[in-house]
Design a protein around this ligand. Structure first.
Ligand code: SAM
Length: 251
């Protein structure tokens, strides 16, 4: 990982959990989802994977754990979190008390076919080992393989425009990676088609961001993390990147 990614996914992840813990329980899930997921995206993914309380769900690259907590709250399932950054592992554990394994998605320390479903949200573009990560999700999710992705996709190859450490596939490249991992695409929906984010959710995320900025605004880690996430937000705003949700199964 680059220094900016470490700042965002390790240091700021842990600070986020501290801020959310201080603000109160209603801030925990929105704070834990600052990394990507909106309620409408998570609702769609939960629905498409037909998740129920009988299912185990692997969250690969779980970050602060907000999406897993959202699913746990929505359908009372038990998530298993995998996340390489120690600060994020501690954050998810502190805020939500879930089991968290510190590992990369391309070498999951999990048995074959040990979970009912798996998702990976906003993670693929942060690693060069994309086909390996997808193949590991295929290996660990029981057939028929209820697997979902939230992926940021480049309209055309971004070459030097992408922030250091990111690897945004084009739509065609993403489809190729999925096929190479032995998976097939069952549903594909853009996040642009989703309903808006509820006002109270946005207000809570903003309150967390303001508190982080007040406490840590002068630190190098905060400034690096903000620059990194700001560059991705700019690419999304100008349409060079789009958010895509995919439901996959074993090919
Ligand atoms: C944009 S954040 C998304 C976090 C979380 N999935 C969410 O939606 O809130 C990307 C996460 O991927 C993790 N990550 C980076 N490389 C990874 C890898 N090779 N395997 C698994 N996770 C990885 C980062 O540490 C970070 O927590």
């Amino acid at each position: 990982m680059t220094e900016a990614m470490d700042a965002e996914f390790d240091t700021v992840a842990e600070w986020t959990a501290q801020v959310a813990a201080d603000l109160g329980p209603e801030y925990h899930i929105p704070a834990g989802c600052r990394g990507s997921g909106s309620p409408a995206a998570l609702d769609w993914l939960i629905d498409q994977l037909a998740l129920t309380s009988d299912d185990s769900l692997l969250d690969c690259g779980a970050g602060v754990g907000g999406p897993a907590a959202y699913a746990a709250q929505a359908v009372s399932l038990e998530p298993v979190l995998v996340e390489p950054e120690a600060g994020a592992c501690r954050a998810a554990r502190t805020l939500f008390g879930f089991p968290v394994v510190q590992a990369v998605g391309s070498a999951l320390p999990l048995a074959d076919a040990c979970v009912d479903a798996a998702w990976s949200l906003g993670v693929l573009c942060t690693t060069p080992h994309q086909v390996e990560l997808l193949a590991e999700m295929r290996r660990t999710a029981r057939p028929p393989g209820r697997i979902a992705l939230l992926a940021f996709v480049a309209r055309e190859p971004l070459l030097t425009k992408q922030p250091e450490g990111n690897h945004f596939p084009t739509r065609a490249e993403l489809a190729g990676l999925i096929g190479d991992a032995g998976l097939q695409i069952q549903k594909w929906r853009s996040t642009a088609d989703l309903p808006g984010i509820p006002k109270d959710w946005t207000e809570r995320v903003d309150a967390v961001t303001d508190a982080l900025s007040d406490r840590h605004g002068t630190s190098r880690a905060w400034q690096l993390a903000e620059r990194q996430s700001g560059r991705i937000a700019d690419l999304l705003a100008e349409g060079a990147l789009t958010g895509e949700m995919l439901v996959l199964g074993h090919a």
